[in-house]
Design a protein around this ligand. Structure first.
Ligand code: CIR
Length: 253
């Protein structure tokens, strides 16, 4: 059960963050703040205590707090983010997490973004991507193995992070894009495969028994309805313009 979350208020320059989604238009700060507040409300509505960290004006992507740490009951691992523009963000989360957990770190030459890390029960899938290298994956895997977790590296050939394409929606079910549907690493799971024109919705967030999914993806919503869980929809338009999704905006623990 998650009882806590950490988020960070987006900074006024958030639209200067890294993005490949320029075709979606310029991101709007006022609307981003409204959508971010709705995200925080949704987490609190599900009973989580949410720490809202102040905006970090030197790092326009710093509200994507998921990328700078991986948190389990036993430890919080501060990552070594793979994009040079974002690497300094790792120091901005240390004091917020030190209140709750013993800290460990991913060290260079290892790089790792939390967006590449998917935990399903006690097993970690660790995407090896443009941001996370094999050494970063190995370091995280070994830290987690020392706490009784297992792990598998997964090459991320498509999308920014592994969780841009694959997410756990409870039980034995993963929500995946077509690119990942026949990956041997996820054999044995029941797969819900999102339509090509709804790939963004594969980044759906499981909080205890509730799924938070982005608004505007009716075919994915219908598949999720079949799982019989509580579902909350949130408008993620401004986060999406900056290549982010629902999981990126928080650390849950
Ligand atoms: C970046 O490119 O790093 C940010 N603009 C988006 C990060 C999204 N984070 C995530 O998927 N975990």
């Amino acid at each position: 059960m998650f009882t806590h979350a950490i988020v960070r208020t987006p900074c006024p320059d958030f639209a200067k963050g890294l993005t490949t989604s320029t075709h979606l238009g310029a991101a709007d700060y006022d609307l981003m703040l409204v959508q971010h507040a709705a995200y925080v409300d949704a987490l609190r509505g599900l009973g989580l205590a949410v720490d809202v960290l102040p905006a970090e004006s030197s790092f326009p992507d710093a509200h994507f707090v998921e990328d700078v740490a991986v948190v389990v009951p036993e430890v919080a691992v501060i990552t070594n983010p793979g994009a040079s523009e974002r690497n300094g963000e790792k120091e901005t989360i240390v004091s917020a997490l030190a209140k709750y957990r013993t800290l460990a770190r991913i060290e260079a030459p290892g790089t790792l973004d939390g967006g590449d890390v998917l935990l399903v029960n006690k097993h970690f899938f660790i995407g090896v991507s443009d941001r996370t290298n094999a050494e970063g994956a190995r370091q995280l895997g070994e830290i987690m193995a020392s706490h009784g977790y297992t792990w598998t590296p997964v090459p991320v050939g498509a999308g920014l992070h592994f969780k841009s394409s694959v997410n756990w929606v409870g039980g034995n079910t993963l929500l995946v894009t077509k690119d990942f549907a026949d990956r041997k690493e996820i054999e044995g799971f029941d797969l819900l495969v999102v339509d090509k024109d709804e790939e963004y919705a594969s980044n759906t967030l499981l909080i205890n028994d509730t799924l938070i999914t982005p608004t505007g993806f009716p075919k994915t919503r219908k598949m999720l309805d079949g799982l019989g869980r509580n579902i909350v929809e949130l408008d993620m338009s401004e986060t999406r313009k900056m290549d982010g999704g629902l999981t990126c905006l928080s650390l849950r623990f």
